[in-house]
Design a protein around this ligand. Structure first.
Ligand SMILES: [Zn+2]
Length: 360
């Protein structure tokens, strides 16, 4: 007598995709195949997929950016996640300058305790003080940490010396750095140029963070990690040139994990051409022109890209426009530097991958 039998569902097994029964006893899979016997509960999954619970490695919840808070708390986020097939999610301990990484981790765990699903915390390193706390963070069950190569203007960026020091410390502490790879000098110079030319429209935004902005930072991080002999997890990879860097780095022996997001697989930058709603799609890296998408799908299929995280960072429509100034008629004046970055996606991640990656 099993606790649960799910019958006739499609499962991806080592020998291919086929319909199976799955029996569960005491919270564990007890049998897979043609299951005889009875169970307290039987689910007929004919014509449906049976998937393991999804893990969301990348999201931002109860997070302030530009003084604006994301729309969900950890409870409502966890409900959205569960509807999207996610049973475990990670957020970041937002350690601040002058503050402790360990204290930020502990505070984040308390905030996340209201989640209806399993949860875990990545650390964040902004400065050398946080690096010295890495061994303790690993011992406390938090072996991964985020570093930003961009956003100097809001104090999030680590400079090259700190980045390399963090990687060397990660080697020693057996920790895994998660890297936001965008070149701050490139983004800053092109944003300044757009400002000088008086064009801060939504459609100009992706030109200020072009594919080279990501590929340059990706390559730099990969080479630093090879030097430091630490593994590396690259978040939200969005361009073919970065995928090429990933292949090169792996050939050189780097233990590398590459993430992309549904928005880069599916959406394109023409959304920014809508003057009324284009700002709702502002995220970083920006949406691309579509030429990168075949390479991303191919990299996902051949294993160069390991996983799809949502980078869910959901703001209300009002929050996306909150810092815009208005003209005398009350219409918002486009200025992408005043729009908080981020798009939602935790609930739609798995359905989109099934519809766009498997069914179509
Ligand atoms: Zn993110």
């Amino acid at each position: 007598m099993y606790d649960l039998i799910v019958r006739h569902g499609l499962a991806a097994l080592p020998d291919g995709v086929r319909p199976v029964d799955i029996a569960v006893l005491d919270g564990r899979i007890a049998d897979v195949g043609t299951v005889t016997g009875t169970a307290g509960r039987v689910i007929d999954a004919s014509g449906l997929w049976i998937l393991p619970g999804g893990v969301e490695p990348h999201m931002h919840v109860e997070n302030d950016f530009l003084g604006l808070s994301t729309v969900n708390d950890f409870f409502t986020q966890s409900v959205a996640a569960a509807f999207g097939g996610v049973t475990t999610f990670f957020d970041f301990a937002n350690a601040e300058r002058g503050g402790s990484l360990i204290e930020a981790m502990d505070g984040r765990k308390e905030q996340m305790a209201k989640s209806a699903i399993d949860y875990a915390v990545h650390g964040r390193v902004l400065e050398p003080g946080h690096i010295t706390e890495l061994p303790e963070a690993v011992l406390a069950g938090c072996p991964s940490f985020k570093v930003y190569m961009a956003y100097a203007e809001v104090g999030l960026m680590v400079d090259d010396a700190t980045l390399l020091a963090a990687f060397r410390a990660a080697h020693a502490a057996r920790a895994l750095p998660l890297v936001h790879a965008e070149s701050d000098p490139i983004a800053a110079a092109l944003t300044e140029e757009a400002r000088r030319e008086g064009d801060l429209s939504w459609s100009r935004y992706p030109d200020t963070r072009p594919p080279l902005c990501e590929a340059e930072a990706f390559a730099r991080a990969a080479r630093f990690a090879r030097l430091a002999d630490c593994p590396l997890y690259m978040v939200h990879t969005s361009v073919a040139e970065a995928v090429e860097e990933a292949r090169r780095a792996r050939q050189a022996g780097l233990r590398l994990y590459v993430e992309t997001c549904p928005q880069y697989l599916i959406l394109t930058r023409d959304l920014y051409d809508d003057p009324e709603r284009g700002h709702l799609a502002i995220c970083a890296p920006p949406l691309r022109d579509g030429r990168d998408q075949p390479a991303l799908w191919q990299a996902l299929a051949d294993g160069t890209i390991d996983c799809v995280g949502s980078d869910d960072c959901a703001y209300t429509i009002a929050a996306k426009a909150a810092h815009l100034e208005c003209d005398p008629d009350g219409k918002p004046i486009p200025d992408f530097t005043r729009v908080v970055q981020g798009v939602p996606g935790i609930e739609t991640r798995l359905p989109l991958l099934l519809s766009e990656g498997v069914a179509s």
